[in-house]
Design a binder for this molecule. Sequence first.
Ligand code: FPP
Length: 239
Amino acid sequence: MITDKNIPRHIAIIMDGNGRWAKQRGLSRLQGHKEGAQSVRAIVRACKDEGVKYLTLYAFSTENWARPKEEVAGLMKLLVDFLKEQECELHENKVRLRVIGRTEDMPILVQSELKRVIKATSAYDSGNLTLALSYGGRSEIVRSARLIAEQVRGGRLKPSDIDEATIAENLYAPDVPDPDLMIRTSGEMRISNFLLWQLSYSELYITDTLWPDFRAEQFHEAILEYGRRRRRFGDIDAT
Ligand code: FPP
């Protein structure tokens, strides 16, 4: 039996393996992403059932723009469909949508759908879904540094007052707590430029399961594994 204290407050996920899942079945990569979008729906729902308050999903990295044009266009369409279809459930469950990343790079239709749903859900706090879109961890830290430099130039901040909290406050979503658990599907042992600042003390869970096969049951297993870990944050183990 897991107790509340063992439930991660914030889970971040690198959703990898859609292409491999499709290839194994002789399907197109886009069909893999479509099935991956079904996993997204299942995991958003599972967060409510498991009592996970914050979920951050790496849906599109700054590097993903280099993929073939049709794949990028297909992913953008999936995102718009997802926002349209998911909106009802976000309202029902009082889930707030946020986005982190260079959203200004996204197609106008994606931007306007995002803006609309973000605004419509901004007062909710039962759950928090953050989509990382055109996101890169290094570029997020660079952006934070620039915002801080502007504050220094404007005389609102002294260089000697800059500390870790200042960097964190200038990230995309300063009100979202750092992830307790980071899940990566499909076996790759990499962080891939995801939440570089925020993952400093997160537990990592890497599974060979491909993202389209990652559903409530696999999510529950990851949470159980998290519950068995001892988080020491650099301290010694007191028990
Ligand atoms: C990685 O699989 C996945 C992506 C680059 C995109 C993730 C997108 C989705 C899960 C669907 C749409 C998202 C939402 C929020 C509705 P890959 O293509 O790199 O797989 P591979 O490594 O096996 O080729």
